[in-house]
Design a protein. Structure first.
Length: 658
């Protein structure tokens, strides 16, 4: 039996509780406009409650959702005697009970829900070391499970013992000769046991205690080729560091960060702390973290030089601090500034015998025989990323067509294209779209291509699953008119609510005024907003926009009856004219304030609509990102997603040239 979904029932309970209060109040104390207030506040609270509850990225407490169901039962029990005419004699007592139930079942749950959401944004949870460690471990586990180098295609059953590396690893500590490690030997264990250096790793899990006279800093460098397993090695190192931090609470906690977002002339210490707090919501000091840094290859050569200098400065300023950085051989050897290293880890290409074993285990004998006899294809298969893609896409690779390609880049591109075709044809583990409604192959490729280019322009490795990609859009005159259209729709909805509350004749008169005023305000907003930037349209901004819009419009709708009631009890002529003037102006001011508050939401809707109309994104973008992650084109880590490898991101970026 499926569980009851409180997130769907509770908004209905809030609305029914307020709706039942209307006849109770009217029957108990027949005030002229009591039903207007109850109905308008009920509608506003229901919209606000549902908007906040269904906001992406927010999980309301269960007790709060359950509490909204209790008063509606009492209101219903109280309503039936009144409906039968048996409780009218209670008079004001019934009215006061109605107010209490209305407050408990409609107003209070809405206020608590909004306050809960606001508190999480104003004071996000600051995680300590143990909570940060759990987050990092979960991230490592998710990324390793979704890695293109995680499991051999033939390994359908859980393997026993430590997984074997396909590539060889050489470790060089200081001026000691380099040492090749076995396929299952862990790098950190080797460093800890290396007898030539006293206490290579101290009790806190940090590299320290090197011999006097050795000019070593606190940087560990992982060097490898493109697609050579650098990121996988980083994840393995970070996992081992998590194990050490778990055993000893005084150990530093590894954090996985991308240097692609580092800006020149920015102190590395400040960038590290800001990145950790932004990514993990962790309140932690620089001496409590162990930075594990990827993405330096995505910087331009000039920025990489500057980044090397920043890392060296950081090593001098924080001598006991160690960090792990990875770079490709080609990029590193072209940099004039060398990192002051304490430890270097070199990743070698895969040997032929391991390629053979891997492909035979994957039942790709024909591919192995072709690769073995062709010296042009062998270098491609020696790269772990491409070897895995070759084995996965065996049925999609036409050997003769692959052999006819002239250069290595074309052969690598052919392998990735075959892998993409294979993944698109593979049945998803979860049905994200109705049968027959899945995106076509061409659309999927184009949407991922546009995303890859957008992330490259912004130097991003991760985006949120719940928001638009970071784009800046210059509006054309035609697109600016969308703002005016949305403002007019808001005015029409406001006029309709006004007419339902105060009568058709009054609604028509005010509706004409509302539309006229909205034409002026909408034109001003459209002319003043010619550039849209999705980075400024986060969930918090849109939520505040929606809440403010509902609140201002609700005040405008209620002001007509409220000021009218004040004016009817006024005797002085001068005082009589002021409420009449306010009665006319306040609903217009409420609409205008609501339109101004709605600007961020309007911008988000327009940008979403434009990107959809241009074909850059599907309408339900979050669902597509989930679908792409299921196809392994993206990695999903919590509420963020990323391409599994920078080469995959580059490949998608070049599928559809500019």
């Amino acid at each position: 039996m499926s569980k009851i979904n409180l997130a769907r029932i509770s908004p209905l309970a809030v609305f029914l509780n307020g709706l039942l209060g209307v006849p109770i109040a009217q029957s108990s104390v027949p005030l002229p406009s009591a039903w207007i207030f109850f109905l308008a506040i009920t509608a506003g609270c229901t919209l606000l409650y549902a908007f906040t509850l269904w906001l992406p990225g927010y999980l309301a407490p269960s007790w709060l959702l359950f509490a909204s169901l209790l008063p509606v039962a009492a209101s219903a029990a109280f309503y039936f005697p009144i409906a039968l005419g048996e409780a009218i004699a209670f008079g004001k007592i019934a009215f006061y009970l109605c107010l209490i139930l209305f407050f408990l079942g409609t107003l209070l749950p809405t206020l608590l829900l909004v306050a809960s959401r606001w508190r999480l944004w104003r004071m996000p949870p600051k995680r300590g070391k143990q909570a940060l460690l759990a987050l990092v471990r979960a991230e490592i586990s998710a990324r390793k499970q979704q890695s293109l180098l995680a499991v051999a295609p033939s390994s359908r059953e859980p393997s026993s013992g430590e997984p074997k590396r396909l590539w060889d690893v050489e470790v060089k500590i200081g001026k000691q000769p380099s040492q090749k490690l076995g396929q299952v030997e862990k790098i950190l264990e080797y460093c800890a046991e290396y007898s030539a250096i006293d206490s290579a790793i101290d009790s806190a899990g940090n590299f320290a205690g090197y011999s006097a006279g050795q000019e070593l800093s606190g940087t560990v460098l992982v060097l490898g080729g493109r697609g050579g397993g650098k990121t996988t090695t980083l994840l393995d190192l970070a996992e081992d560091l998590c194990d050490r931090a778990e055993l000893n609470p005084s150990n530093r906690v590894p954090v996985l960060l991308d240097l692609a977002s580092w800006k020149p002339n920015q102190p590395l210490e400040r960038w590290l702390l800001r990145s950790v707090r932004s990514k993990y919501d962790a309140d932690i000091e620089i001496g409590e973290i162990f930075p594990v840094l990827d993405g330096i290859d995505e910087l331009s050569l000039k920025r990489q030089e500057q980044c090397h200098k920043a890392i060296n400065r950081f090593s001098r300023d924080f001598e006991s601090q160690l960090m792990i950085v990875c770079s490709s051989f080609d990029r590193y050897k072209h940099c004039k500034t060398r990192l002051r290293l304490r430890l270097a880890i070199g990743l070698q290409s895969i040997k032929e015998d391991r390629i053979k074993d891997y492909l035979l285990a994957a039942k790709s004998r024909e591919l192995w025989e072709t690769i073995e006899d062709n010296s042009d294809l062998l270098p491609v298969a020696k790269v772990p990323l491409f070897l895995n893609a070759i084995a996965l896409a065996d049925e999609e690779i036409l050997i003769q067509a692959w052999k006819r390609l002239k250069d290595r880049k074309s052969r690598e591109r052919y392998v990735l294209n075959a892998w993409v075709r294979r993944q698109l044809a593979r049945r998803s583990s979860r049905r994200w779209y109705p049968p027959g409604r899945e995106p076509s192959s061409k659309k999927t490729r184009y949407w991922l291509s546009w995303l890859a280019k957008t992330m490259h322009r912004r130097s991003l490795r991760e985006i949120s699953l719940e928001s638009l990609p970071p784009v800046t859009w210059q509006l054309t005159p035609k697109q600016s008119s969308y703002t005016l259209a949305i403002v007019l729709l808001l005015a029409l909805a406001y006029s309709l609510c006004f007419g339902l509350l105060y009568g058709f004749n009054t609604g028509v008169i005010y509706g004409i005024v509302f539309v006229g005023v909205s034409l002026v305000s909408g034109t001003a907003i459209a002319l003043g907003r010619r550039t849209l930037d999705s980075r400024s349209l986060g969930n918090q901004t849109i939520w505040l926009s929606g809440v403010s819009t509902i609140a201002f419009c609700l005040m405008g709708l209620l002001s007509f009856a409220l000021v009218g009631g004040i004016g009817s009890n006024t005797r002085a002529d001068l005082l009589l004219e002021l409420p009449k003037l306010a009665k006319f102006i306040l609903p217009i001011l409420g609409l205008l304030a609501g339109q101004v508050a709605a600007i961020p939401g309007i911008q988000h809707l327009i940008l979403h609509f434009i990107l959809w109309r241009q074909g850059h994104i599907p309408w339900n973008y979050a669902r597509f990102l989930q679908y792409a992650a299921d196809k392994t084109f993206l990695q999903k880590v919590g509420k963020r997603c990323r391409f599994p490898n920078y080469l995959v991101q580059e490949h998608f970026a070049h599928i559809f040239p500019e």
